[in-house]
Ligand binder design. Structure first.
Ligand code: TXA
Ligand code: MG
Length: 316
């Protein structure tokens, strides 16, 4: 289908209904969630899912998260367990993704799982995302709505800057509150942290009353959130910086003199919400980026994970 540009849809009843219609037609819609904007397509429709990979320029061996409206909807696609129940009760709807064994006759396109026998599922908390999933009444595959390898989008303007003309519409509901992608927990074997994110590891371990295995990059699939260089601005990034050197702009945290501060109060939740927007802004200044040290506990672990990838050596 030839697109006449990408429509901007307001996050009202009409906009949500139109977005659900586009999904039913196999078209792609970016939509606000509490973590980052997602690039959604019908998870049962291989043409739509192939379109997601194409629009993002994403290597197709990287599986996608299926977004659903409720625990009951998730249970149609994956084998449920006591641990899944405990984590869902504590954190759904919210910024947590669970990787569970696929059920028989699940109907999910193999392009979503990249041929694995597990599926990543998430019930988002964001009102507009929930309204869209309820109106569509099916599973929506949605990676972050950015070209592969680039900074994740936390506003509709970020989505448009990266994907304009490649997708049918953007369901705009302002900036994302959490600002970091969901935490991914693998429950197909021993519980494992597959990606730090919007729910702190410590909280998950408290609910499970167990320590999570920390995923080793070499262990299993190569995934975009696990590739070394990811979330990458065009400019080089230097971490744990005291003062800026040469032409650098300083992204600060806490009481420091800097060009842009993630949180003057040293609040990690606020810093997470500001992270990707700050990287987008500093990137547009075209100067090298230095970043103040960020504590590595709570949401700081996920912030540091994203910053390390933004700073990693580039493939090309
Ligand atoms: O907050 C989020 O999770 C956002 C919003 C849109 O919901 N989505 C997101 O998707 O971050 P994406 O595609 O950028 O990241 C999905 C991650 C990848 O690292 C992928 O490898 C992993 O989930 N993943 C998906 N299915 C998996 C599976 N079956 N086993 C292991 N990892 C999986
Ligand atoms: Mg992503």
């Amino acid at each position: 289908m030839i697109l006449n540009g990408t429509l901007d849809l307001a996050a009202d009843l009409g906009g949500v209904a139109k977005a659900a219609d586009f999904l039913r037609q196999g078209l792609l819609v970016a939509f606000a969630t509490e973590t980052v904007y997602g690039l959604g397509g019908d998870a049962r429709n291989s043409d739509a899912v192939a379109g997601i990979y194409h629009a993002k320029g994403r290597p197709s061996f990287n599986p996608l998260i299926a977004h659903v409206a409720s625990v009951e909807a998730a249970q149609r696609f994956v084998e449920w367990s006591d641990r899944a129940e405990a984590l869902a009760a504590a954190f759904w709807p919210g910024p947590l993704t669970l990787v569970l064994p696929l059920r028989a006759n699940h109907g999910i396109s193999p392009l979503v799982t990249a041929g694995l026998d597990t599926l990543a599922v998430r019930v988002p908390a964001h009102g507009t995302a929930r309204a869209l999933l309820t109106a569509f009444d099916g599973p929506v595959a949605a990676p972050s709505a950015n070209p592969s390898g680039q900074i994740s989008p936390t506003t509709a303007a970020h989505v448009r800057a990266g994907l304009d003309g490649r997708i049918a519409a953007i369901l705009d509901d302002g900036p994302c509150g959490v600002g970091l992608e969901s935490t991914i927990v693998g429950l197909a074997g021993e519980p494992a942290l597959l990606r730090p994110g919007g729910v702190a590891l410590e909280q998950i371990e408290t609910v499970l009353d167990a320590q999570l295995h920390l995923h080793q990059a070499s262990d299993m699939l190569t995934a975009p959130g696990q590739l070394q260089s990811h979330y990458a601005p065009d400019a080089p990034v230097r971490l744990n910086a005291g003062t800026p050197q040469g032409d650098e702009v300083l992204l600060g945290f806490g009481q420091v003199s800097c060009d842009l501060n993630l949180s003057e109060d040293g609040n990690l939740t606020e810093a997470a919400a500001n992270l990707f927007s700050a990287l987008h802004r500093l990137n547009s200044m075209g100067r090298p980026i230095a970043v103040s040290p960020i504590p590595d506990h709570g949401l700081g672990a996920a912030i540091n994970d994203r910053l390390r990838r933004a700073a990693a050596p580039r493939d090309s």
